[in-house]
Design a protein around this ligand. Sequence first.
Ligand code: SF4
Ligand code: SF4
Length: 154
Amino acid sequence: MPRITMATWQCISNCGACCNLQPEDRPELDQYLTPEQLQQYLSMVGEDGWCVNFEADSRRCKIYRDRPQFCRVQPDTFQAMYGIQADELNDFAIDCCHEQIESIYGEESDEMEQFGNAIGFEHGVEIMFELTDEMNPETESAKLKGDRSKDELG
Ligand code: SF4
Ligand code: SF4
């Protein structure tokens, strides 16, 4: 089915919402991470729930070039983790970012507004995601780890 939105995913600066790794907020971790990846993930969770590699002040990843595979928004990673095909990655990543930003900063946050502006949706993020959720209800529970391929942030 063709998509209604023309939005194009990108990671925004000054966000880092997906670097909040609280395991209790991600009960399906063992369903999309290998045992080795799960061990690595859990080793990265700080006392406050944020990744120990996340620089809070700058909202940047301190190990960006060496970040784990599961932190990378790229076709092979999402195929392996979620069974998402390359042509589905854009919409899936948008859904994931929206969910993560809403969870951490809120629907009305500056971060959500910046994300909506960055991905190029002209009529409002909330409306767009009502459409995408309706068309892809299976993506509702997906979680996204950070990728900084656009601006090398977080
Ligand atoms: S990938 Fe992570 S840091 Fe980038 S916009 Fe999405 S939630 Fe924010
Ligand atoms: S992108 Fe970096 S800071 Fe964010 S979860 Fe991955 S390793 Fe941690």
